[in-house]
Design a protein around this ligand. Structure first.
Ligand SMILES: Nc1ncnc2c1ncn2[C@@H]1O[C@H](COP(=O)(O)OP(=O)(O)O)[C@@H](O)[C@H]1O
Ligand SMILES: [Mg+2]
Length: 233
């Protein structure tokens, strides 16, 4: 296919050379192509931002603007952001992001979802863990649960905030079940919490920990590596 394309390119450029000799005309044509592509890319990003907003991903307006203007590359290269960008392109399926408030966890999750919006319908589902737990096994929430299974990127935020032991147990079950249900196809899940690796391991099922080891990435933001003085801020 590549070879065919290069042969076609060759022929086309020869034909163009015969038909249009004026370099200014050729330059104008090419500039048009570039501008057209830029407009197309921007419209695509705008559509994705709309869908992120509709899904309720809680970013600030300024962050949505970054995505619309420049995509995920528009954010500064914080470690957590870079981890998320790489994860979005790679083969692993579960990303766990932990760290304090304001560390860029939710933004990083949005960076995973953003380039993947057209791969599932819906492209992204954002849900807090304690809400996901309520959806589990409740026919009233069949549609939400179904969307959470089918979407290209599922973001489960505020891991570990369920308080009562029953709620914690439900949250644990919901998480395990949803991760299992999402095993096939090109689906990625981002789990976000403010808990250390040891707490995570204590809280979750052995099977979940195994899954994570096999197909996951665990990123714990301990704060030392992230600089607030650099980049685009
Ligand atoms: N890579 C980045 N570059 C610049 N600003 C960022 C980046 N990641 C996050 N931010 C900003 O930092 C703030 C906190 O980000 P957020 O994702 O909400 O953190 P968390 O979910 O960990 O509380 C927000 O204002 C967000 O826009
Ligand atoms: Mg957050």
């Amino acid at each position: 296919m590549d070879r065919l394309n290069s042969v076609l390119d060759d022929v086309l450029s020869k034909v163009r050379g015969v038909l249009v000799k004026d370099p200014a005309v050729i330059a104008a044509y090419e500039a048009d192509q570039v501008a057209g592509q830029a407009a197309y890319d921007r419209a695509l990003r705008k559509g994705r931002v709309m869908r992120l907003r509709k899904a309720g991903v809680p970013l600030m307006d300024s962050a949505f603007k970054v995505l619309e203007d420049r995509g995920v590359g528009g954010f500064a290269d914080w470690e957590i952001t870079s981890v998320a960008r790489r994860f979005g392109l790679g083969p692993r399926r579960i990303l766990v992001l932990t760290g304090d408030l304001g560390r860029g966890k939710t933004t990083a999750a949005a960076c995973v979802a953003f380039p993947r919006m057209e791969r599932g319908r819906p492209g992204v589902v954002y849900v807090r863990e304690r809400v996901l737990a309520k959806w589990l096994g409740s026919y009233r929430h069949d549609r939400e649960w179904d969307a959470a299974i089918r979407c290209a990127t599922l973001i489960v935020d505020e891991l570990g905030t369920a308080v009562s032991p029953q709620d914690q147990e439900r949250a644990r079950m919901a998480l395990l079940e949803i991760v299992d249900d999402r095993m096939n196809n090109d689906r990625k899940t981002v789990l976000i919490g403010n808990l250390a690796r040891a707490d995570f391991d204590a809280r979750f099922d052995r099977r979940m920990i195994d899954r994570l080891r096999d197909i996951g990435v665990f990123h714990e933001d301990l704060g030392a590596s992230r600089r607030r003085d650099g980049g685009d801020e």
